[in-house]
Design a protein around this ligand. Structure first.
Ligand code: PMP
Length: 400
């Protein structure tokens, strides 16, 4: 039996069975659904994307996987070179993982060991944001601040090595003032906190964070697993404010195969590069640098440039604003829009109960969570398809 994610297995409603998927559509036996959330925000160029699928098949004809311990291959070399030249600044050192959570774990371990390697063992604390979500593995849960997902962790009591702050500059400055001696890193989802409730904040906060990290020698980590590859309107937020470590996942392969990467800058890499074996990064997921995933990622990055994703996302944002701006309902607390993401936050989660089935009946796949009804659309939607997604949302409120 399949144990489904985030579900009470006893009471969960049966999932929709997908028999094929093409472009922005999921096909069931009886109907087709416009995917408004890109399979957990990953399938950004649509399903069964021809160039990505072809790259995977071409690689599979050679081999699908070899380990990176003691071996290497062309697909991973090409991808790491492409990422190094494509990403901003000196973010050049790519450590691959099989999922976003693991890639964040790697980033946190890198930050801790960076200081251990530099002889500063007292820098044990991680600074993170209120409502942070960075994955479901243990350290990512500890760094997160999300009781709805990770309440099981409460049995341990307070985590002494994590400090959470809101996204205002006064709180940021106060935290650096108080904790700078013990911090090894400040980790954020830049501009848009996805699973934490589609919360949006200003880039001035990140610019000030960069200054404070520089002033106090604290590493800045951007978890762009969700925000990367155009979602916020930036190609990466890292293009506007440069972190020391960048984490990418989800859209990396166009959502065609699970893979992720932690990319360090020269300063971080240099602290590990040494004759001493104990300064090495002791991590190595079995499927890191998987050849099919690397081939998919390389094709997906080519596609990103060819499609000019930032201008596509700008267009999506424009239509989203046109369709949702001014829409009100007494049950709605706030509507937030950024790039290819829109969120209707309601006061009471009950307001959204039944929405998924309603959307299904109107040809849309949606998955609201808690008090958040949101879209994270594939970038390849037509204007009409996009308008349809928002019409269904508005209709739900109109019907009361
Ligand atoms: N970081 C962020 C910001 C995420 O949104 C997610 C997943 N939603 C993760 C990390 C974890 O990625 P994965 O599910 O691939 O482990």
């Amino acid at each position: 039996m399949i144990w489904y994610p985030y579900e009470q297995m006893k009471t969960m409603k049966a999932p929709y069975e997908i028999i094929s998927a093409e472009g922005p559509y999921l096909h069931t036996q009886d109907t087709k659904l416009l995917d408004s959330i890109s399979s957990w925000w990953s399938v950004i160029y649509g399903y069964h994307q021809p160039q990505i699928t072809e790259a995977i098949c071409r690689q599979a004809a050679k081999f699908s996987h070899v380990m990176l311990g003691g071996l290497t291959h062309e697909a991973v070399e090409e991808l790491s070179e492409k990422l190094a030249s494509w990403l901003p600044g000196d973010l050049d050192y790519c450590f691959f993982s099989d999922s976003g959570s693991v890639a964040v774990e790697v980033a946190l371990k890198m930050a801790l060991q960076y200081y251990v390697n530099c002889g500063e063992n007292h820098r044990k604390t991680v600074l993170a944001l209120n409502h942070a979500y960075h994955g479901d593995t243990f350290k990512t849960m500890a760094v997160g601040d999300d009781e709805d997902y990770h309440f099981v962790l409460q049995v341990y009591g307070d985590n002494p090595y994590v400090v959470h702050i809101p996204t205002d500059i006064a709180s940021l400055e106060a935290a650096f003032d108080r904790y700078h001696d013990e911090l090894n890193c400040f980790i954020v989802e830049p501009l848009l906190q996805g699973a934490g409730g589609m919360r949006m904040y200003d880039i001035a906060f990140l610019k000030r964070a960069r200054e404070l990290c520089d002033a106090y020698g604290v590493l800045l980590i951007f978890d762009e697993v969700a925000t990367g590859f155009g979602r916020t309107g930036h190609r990466f937020v890292a293009d506007a404010v440069l972190p020391d470590i960048l984490v990418l996942g989800k859209g990396l392969t166009g959502g065609h195969i699970g893979h992720a990467v932690t990319i360090a800058n020269q300063k971080v890499f240099a602290a590990f590069y040494d004759d001493a074996p104990e300064k090495a990064l002791m991590h190595g997921p079995t499927f890191m640098g998987n050849a099919l995933a690397c081939a998919a990622a390389k094709a997906a990055i080519d596609l990103f440039d060819r499609l000019d994703v930032p201008s596509k996302v700008a267009h999506i944002e424009e239509i989203t604003r046109r369709e949702l701006s001014g829409f009100t309902d007494p049950r709605i607390r706030e509507i937030r829009i950024m790039g290819g993401c829109a969120c209707i936050e309601v006061y009471d989660a009950e307001t959204l109960s039944g929405y998924q089935q309603f959307a299904y009946e109107h040809g849309v796949f949606a998955r609201p969570f808690l008090k958040y009804l949101y879209s994270m659309v594939p970038y390849i939607l037509t204007d009409d398809e996009l308008v349809h997604i928002f019409s269904v949302m508005k209709e739900w409120f109109r019907r009361g």
